[in-house]
Design a protein around this ligand. Structure first.
Ligand SMILES: NC(=O)C1=CN([C@@H]2O[C@H](COP(=O)(O)OP(=O)(O)OC[C@H]3O[C@@H](n4cnc5c(N)ncnc54)[C@H](OP(=O)(O)O)[C@@H]3O)[C@@H](O)[C@H]2O)C=CC1
Ligand SMILES: O=C1O[C@H](COP(=O)(O)O)[C@@H](O)[C@H](O)[C@H]1O
Length: 451
């Protein structure tokens, strides 16, 4: 097996010479080739035809390491092994989907390679498009360029500039002066078929952003508000990296006497749920597949052709082949990207909950304390005692108000038993009632729980 860790301009001559001088006549021969496999549709076809002269499709493994990532492989299982997921996986339930790639560092010396390719060839045309195809393909696979349309006229391009002591793209010595190469791009794809007609797929990727994150964010449609006001939309997030996770943001009744909805989540964070699991590196998994002759996680030639067909118009526009080269919008190193990003995603239907969603790290006992804290109980070693008294006071008031109602009276009785247990049990007494000094229990948090 020959792995081509080579610049693309020598691919063909190396492929030819290996075939002529190193080919095992009695055995299995394979080559693994990695992007860039062309610059646009025509150059990709030319490269492919040249390689084909020496190596058959069966012997050629086009690697896209995103296809070896655990959570990318998981998408198929989530979709096709869960009837609950399968039934909501369409335009009737889904409002919009974002596939996001964020890196917190710039080109930092790799500007030579990067500048001649740009973020779309580097990340969107291959990695993010592969994720999109797994998210949306039918069973069996059908993936055709005619059915996928890119919103070329409305692509947001950005280039990072220096901020907080970090250098801008143009300050990288390996980047040509005055380059207008985009280091950030957000675009929207539409799939013309019965399942996905009208659902925007927002692909966004950037270098030198505020965090390292690759995720798929599936935002569902609004529910009819009815008696509950300001219900947030459900979101299913597949966190590809770092810290693999699948979580569903949903609404639930706030635990307690009142019927109030609050935003919460069902969380499958891998390092908590599968603490001992060893997740292989993407390349480990893929090279093993290639050794075993398994093509399923490699890119087929026709698939690559389609990927180039989709992105070639936008790449030609960026390269200035259809007019003046577009100038990317500047964004500061370490930001979320160009300032227009929020308007861009909102235009395609993404609604961000107005109150920032914080990941709850508490339990029911602590939530009850937060309510009493918002009533004025204090933090500290003695707060357990004070909170117990606050509970009793609340219960007594609740009973006075609703004593005629048997269910409320019963709930209050259970509440009193709980509090009595809390007072008698030293662990409950000291632990949940004394809140850690990490911001939980602050007025903001209490307000959020009340909503
Ligand atoms: N087990 C655990 O403890 C887990 C905890 N979490 C945490 O839960 C929290 C909430 O999760 P989640 O909803 O996924 O994340 P966020 O609320 O941080 O992000 C949600 C979306 O809002 C966007 N966004 C972020 N900041 C802004 C801003 N200032 N203005 C406009 N849009 C913004 C993000 O865009 P962009 O594309 O720019 O990122 C993203 O699309 C996160 O802090 C996450 O780390 C998540 C998973 C597991
Ligand atoms: O192919 C590429 O991917 C890396 C990101 O890979 P990851 O596994 O760390 O997510 C990116 O930095 C590089 O520019 C690109 O060529």
């Amino acid at each position: 097996m020959f792995y081509f860790a080579l610049p693309p301009n020598v691919f063909v001559s190396v492929a030819k010479n290996i075939k002529e001088h190193c080919y095992a006549e009695t055995g299995v021969n394979r080559i693994i080739v990695e992007k860039p496999l062309g610059r646009d549709l025509d150059s990709a076809r030319e490269l492919s035809n040249s390689l084909k002269q020496y190596w058959s499709e069966e012997e050629t493994y086009r690697i896209d390491h995103y296809l070896g990532k655990e959570m990318v492989k998981n998408i198929l299982v989530l979709r096709f092994a869960n009837i609950a997921m399968a039934s909501m996986w369409d335009k009737s339930h889904i409002s919009n989907i974002q596939i996001t790639f964020k890196e917190p560092f710039g080109t930092e010396g790799r500007g030579g390679y990067f500048d001649s390719f740009g973020i779309i060839r580097d990340v969107l045309q291959n990695h993010l498009l592969q994720v999109l195809s797994i998210l949306t393909m039918e069973r069996p696979v059908s993936f055709s360029a005619e059915d996928i349309r890119d919103e070329k006229e409305d692509t947001l391009l950005g280039q990072y500039v220096g901020a907080d002591g970090k250098p801008g793209y143009l300050e990288d010595d390996t980047v040509p002066r005055g380059s207008v190469c985009p280091t950030f791009a957000a675009t929207c794809l539409w799939i013309k078929n019965e399942r996905w007609e009208g659902v925007p797929f927002i692909l966004k990727a950037g270098k030198a952003l505020n965090e390292a994150k690759v995720e798929v964010r599936i935002q569902f449609k609004d529910v009819t508000q009815g008696i509950f006001k300001d219900i947030t939309r459900n979101e299913l997030i597949i966190r590809i990296q770092p810290s693999e996770a699948v979580y569903l943001k949903m609404n639930t009744k706030t635990p307690g006497l009142q019927t109030r909805a609050m935003a919460t989540e069902m969380d499958l964070t891998y390092n908590q749920r599968f603490a001992d699991a060893k997740i292989p590196e993407a390349y480990e998994a893929l090279i093993l597949d290639a050794l075993q002759g398994d093509h399923s996680n490699f890119v087929r030639n026709d698939e690559l052709d389609v990927a180039w067909k989709i992105f070639t118009p936008i790449l030609h526009w960026i390269d200035g082949q259809s007019g003046a080269r577009p100038k990317p919008t500047s964004y500061p190193y370490g930001s979320r990207g160009p300032a227009e990003l929020n308007t861009f995603v909102e235009k395609y239907g993404y609604h961000r909950s107005p109150s920032r969603y914080e990941w709850p790290v508490t339990n029911l006992g602590a939530q009850l304390i937060i309510d009493t804290k918002s009533l004025g109980a204090t933090r500290g070693a003695g707060s357990g005692v004070r909170n117990c008294f606050a509970f009793v006071a609340i219960t007594v008031i609740a009973e006075r108000i609703d004593m005629n109602h048997p269910i409320i009276a019963l709930v209050c009785a259970v509440d009193i038993v709980f509090q009595a247990y809390a007072v008698c049990n030293w662990r409950m007494f000291w632990n949940p009632f004394v809140l850690p000094a990490d911001g939980i229990g602050t007025p903001t948090r209490a307000c959020q729980l009340k909503h």
